[in-house]
Design a protein around this ligand. Structure first.
Ligand code: PGA
Length: 250
């Protein structure tokens, strides 16, 4: 397998600029010899600060969301043009907190995916089922549907700029991690869906991260699975003590 492991930290609505700067500086220094691909996604308010720190390092800069429109009368939203201006390279879209707490639907997420790709960003598209959906045996159907919707009208060329993050909603921030076997089953299924849409070669190249209570003591077992190519980390990304061991998992 030639896919590179990709470890991303989603800082969510945490940290002032000074706190974000401190974490970013420590990560730049502690991950400089890291072998995998890395990303941090601070809050919008800390992007400029963190951009200056990660510039020239092996850590990419991500945003946690973006507006579906380029610019205009959209109070409280942040545009692709503004993110580009700050040096943001990657946008996380469709995170379960956006889907469930802020009611973003698949059509809106697809619009954002296409706009971000059009403006040259890489995208991490998050998908994942709720506990009720899993218990009803719907996990695969839900993940397939979110993938199909999220990538609707995305070209094969643009797919190369997309990473999928499988994040079962019941595992996010709950301390309950999907077992490596359960996660692997969904990752393999998603890769099949991509093969059907874009061909086997594109499917083999696609990086699929797992997210949901990834910690230093479960990261290696998860990423040991054939179809798990990295992690999208929330809580454990807020401290070097927990993020660095995940990022440097062996
Ligand atoms: P968690 O969050 O690691 O705190 O479960 C993951 C995520 O929401 O990306």
């Amino acid at each position: 397998m030639s896919r590179q492991y990709y470890i991303a930290g989603n800082w969510k609505m945490h940290k002032t600029r000074a706190e974000a700067a401190e974490l970013a500086k420590t990560l730049v220094s502690q991950l400089k010899d890291g072998k995998h691909k890395y990303l941090v996604a601070p809050s919008f308010t800390s992007l400029e600060t963190v951009a200056a720190i990660v510039k020239g390092s092996n850590i990419l800069l991500g945003a946690q969301n973006v507006a579906a429109e380029e610019q205009g009368a959209h109070t409280g939203e942040v545009s692709v043009l503004q993110l580009k201006d700050l040096g943001v390279q990657v946008v996380i879209l469709g995170h379960s907190e956006r889907r469930h707490t802020y009611k973003e639907d698949d059509a809106l997420i697809n619009k954002k995916v296409k706009l971000a790709l059009k403006h040259g960003f890489d995208v991490i598209l998050c998908i994942g089922e709720t506990l009720e959906e899993r218990e009803a045996g719907q996990a695969e159907v839900v993940c397939e549907s979110q993938t199909l919707w999220g990538l609707s009208s995305v070209s094969a060329t643009d797919l190369a700029k997309v990473t999928i993050a499988y994040e079962p909603v019941w595992a996010i921030g709950t301390g309950k991690t999907a077992s490596p076997e359960d996660a692997e089953a969904i990752h393999a299924y998603i890769r099949k869906v991509i093969a059907r849409l874009y061909g086997e070669d594109a499917a083999q190249k696609l990086v699929i991260q797992y997210g949901g209570s990834v910690k230093p003591d479960n990261a290696a077992q998860l990423m040991d699975k054939e179809n798990i190519d990295g992690a999208l980390v929330g809580g454990a990304a807020l401290k070097p003590d927990t993020f660095v061991p995940i990022a440097k998992f062996a």
